[in-house]
Design a protein around this ligand. Structure first.
Ligand code: ADP
Ligand code: MG
Ligand code: ZN
Length: 599
């Protein structure tokens, strides 16, 4: 800012010193004293202004006025001479008006211009720095909510009962600190909400704000990250100062991993982030637990947080927000269905069954997609079919109705999908087939077989894992059997099968070669669950061999199953080709009816 003011002043001075004189010069012609005397004699001079070192005079030539200036000579008779010429007005300043104008042009306008420019720049800068006043360095820009301003309460959060219970206790403490003080219990200073994305962590915090009768400061971790070192720390200081003034209150820091990453001694460490974190640690120690400032934070990368943050006295309480189970999914669907018009007899349970592994955010999205579909189809309320279709939209993308697929390819796809379904149906450890379709989707899938477990599964047995791999290889097996050739269509199946087989060996201890040893560690369990190998290169080679042998065995099983049911394979594929989409029931009917005639 100071720099800006300096630059402005410098440029105004420069303007006045160089450009204005030049402008004046162009208006005023320099001339010599004899010319002045000549003009005076010729009676052409209208006005004369005698200054200490120069004489300016205005001459009227051919109706045009021209100002000249000349150096002042030691001329004692000047006044007499001017006086003798009665038409000359002299010593009067004839530029009075112009002077005012000149002053405005050379000083006032530039200053106004720079002030306006400065304000504009400031606004731009403030926007980039994320709100606040750029003059006030390091002011926290936490939003303050008071009760019900977020419009969310615990009723808006379905499932997540443990999390709600833990948070309810905090809210209760803030309402009624005496109850806790009487027994001598002190509230945890901080609670950390952890869980995969979309499980409602931010929502829970908003619900706490709605439930609590106290001020609620909400800020995102990324808002502490500033362009200049030290600003983030200043913001933390300011935030806690405000919180202390408003105590009892709740401070919520969303996505805390942006500032709370482990501090490692690596070169090129992020100074700004570390300073911010250190300030946060200091502030959390600094305030009085009895005063009633409770800090909530949310993250989906708890393993990357600095251990200092997690020690008792700081975020000592960890509140998990896990992916919802079957009952949780049903409850979330119902909560969101309240906001849209639905048929009365919707079977939410079946939708919940079909969405194993979906997060709250995805379920909310499913309801919204269903509503959009209902509108598209000109209905005034959502029915079951909308919901079922939108599950598929969220899983596999929209239908590509006008994708052109040749008959030959369609046939291959039909056999491929029936291959999956048949292998699934003929193994006892497989989930039942729910739906088979060969309508291409925007995700790139050309068709798929949906299997839906009836209940909630928490564990996977070795047989189930093997059955799953066999089902995944079933599509390719059918292609091999019928067409004697391979297509690229099995790439996704191959990827999944490999993932399962690898996990069986490296993480679940399900292979014959290795005992219960962890050959891989999961890096971030809530974000995709990437793994990294934790074994020697020789072992890694053996793991690859073992993966190959597991998949090969399963592949052989799948081919065996299809060979034994080759007639059904033909019959079902022909049926699918004709219908494009068949339900699990239709599939089972054909499968279970009298053996078809040999085709
Ligand atoms: P995150 O855990 O990533 O912070 P959010 O709290 O932002 O997730 O959740 C995103 C959206 O998902 C919410 O706005 C809400 O609509 C929906 N949602 C997630 N979990 C639930 C839940 N348990 N109950 C109801 N809605 C939920
Ligand atoms: Mg969030
Ligand atoms: Zn497939």
């Amino acid at each position: 800012m100071i720099i800006f003011i300096c630059i402005s002043i410098a440029s105004i001075l420069l303007l006045n010193m160089t450009i204005m004189p030049m402008l004046n010069k162009s208006r005023i012609k320099e001339t010599n004293y004899s010319f002045f005397l000549d003009m005076l004699d010729e009676n052409k001079i209208k006005q004369v202004k005698v200054e200490s070192s120069e004489i300016r005079f205005e001459v009227e030539e051919d109706g045009k006025k021209q100002v000249y200036s000349t150096a002042r000579m030691n001329d004692p008779d000047l006044v007499d001479r001017l006086h003798a010429n009665s038409s000359v007005v002299f010593t009067e300043s004839f530029e009075e008006n112009n002077l005012l104008l000149e002053f405005i042009v050379s000083w006032v306008l530039p200053i106004v211009f720079f002030i306006v420019l400065g304000n504009l720049l400031m606004k731009g800068m403030t926007k980039r720095l994320g709100g606040g006043n750029a003059m006030a360095f390091g002011k926290s820009n936490a939003k303050i909510y008071v009760k019900a301003q977020t419009g969310k309460t615990f009723a808006d959060v379905a499932g997540q009962d443990e999390a709600k219970e833990a948070l309810q206790e905090i809210v209760d403490f803030l309402h009624n600190p005496k109850k806790y003080a009487d027994i001598g219990a002190s509230m945890p200073k901080g609670a950390l909400l952890v869980g995969p994305p979309g499980t409602g962590k931010t929502l829970l915090a908003k619900a706490v704000a709605g439930e609590a009768d106290v001020p609620f400061f909400s800020i995102s971790g990324s808002e502490f990250v500033e362009m200049f070192v030290g600003m983030g720390a200043a913001k933390v200081r300011d935030l806690f100062k405000q919180a202390n003034e408003k105590a009892p209150c709740i401070v919520f820091i969303d996505e805390i991993d942006t500032i709370g990453k482990k501090r490692d001694g690596n070169l090129g460490g992020n100074d700004e982030r570390e300073q911010t974190l250190n300030q946060l640690l200091t502030e959390m120690d600094g305030f009085d637990g009895q005063k009633g400032v409770v800090i909530l934070a949310a993250t989906n990368r708890p393993e990357s947080l600095d251990p200092a943050l997690l020690r008792p006295g700081r975020f000592d309480r960890r509140i998990p927000a896990e992916l919802p189970d079957l009952a949780g999914r049903e409850a979330i669907l119902k909560v969101h269905a309240k906001n849209v018009k639905c048929d009365d007899n919707i079977d939410y349970n079946s939708i919940a069954c079909a969405t194993a592994g979906a997060s709250g955010a995805e379920l909310a999205n499913i309801i919204n997609e269903a509503a959009l579909r209902a509108v598209r189809n000109g209905k005034d309320r959502i029915d079951q079919s909308d919901l079922e279709e939108s599950v598929e939209v969220v899983i596999a993308g929209y239908q590509r109705k006008n994708a052109v697929i040749s008959q030959k390819e369609k046939e291959i796809i039909a056999y491929h999908e029936i291959g999956h379904a048949l292998v699934a149906a003929k193994q006892k450890d497989s989930a039942p087939v729910h739906k088979i379709t060969i309508i291409p989707r925007t995700s790139g899938a050309l068709g798929y077989t949906m299997q839906v477990d009836e209940g909630e599964k928490h564990l996977m047995t070795k047989d189930e894992a093997l059955a799953r791999i066999a089902v995944l290889t079933g599509g390719r097996s059918a292609e091999e059997l019928i067409f004697g050739n391979f297509t690229s269509g099995a790439s996704n199946d191959i990827e999944q099968a490999t993932k399962i087989a690898r996990a069986m060996i490296t993480r679940y201890g399900m292979s014959e070669k290795f005992d219960m040893i962890a050959l891989e560690t999961v890096n971030n369990q809530y974000l995709g669950g990437d793994t990294s190998l934790a074994c020697s290169a020789e072992t890694a080679a053996k793991v690859d061999e073992e993966v190959n042998s597991i998949i090969r065995k399963c592949h052989e099983t799948a081919i065996e199953i299809l060979k034994n049911n080759i007639n059904k394979l033909h019959e079902l594929a022909a049926f699918l080709l004709e219908k494009e989409t068949i339900t699990g029931d239709e599939f089972m009917d054909i499968l279970n009816k009298e053996p078809a005639l040999n085709v």
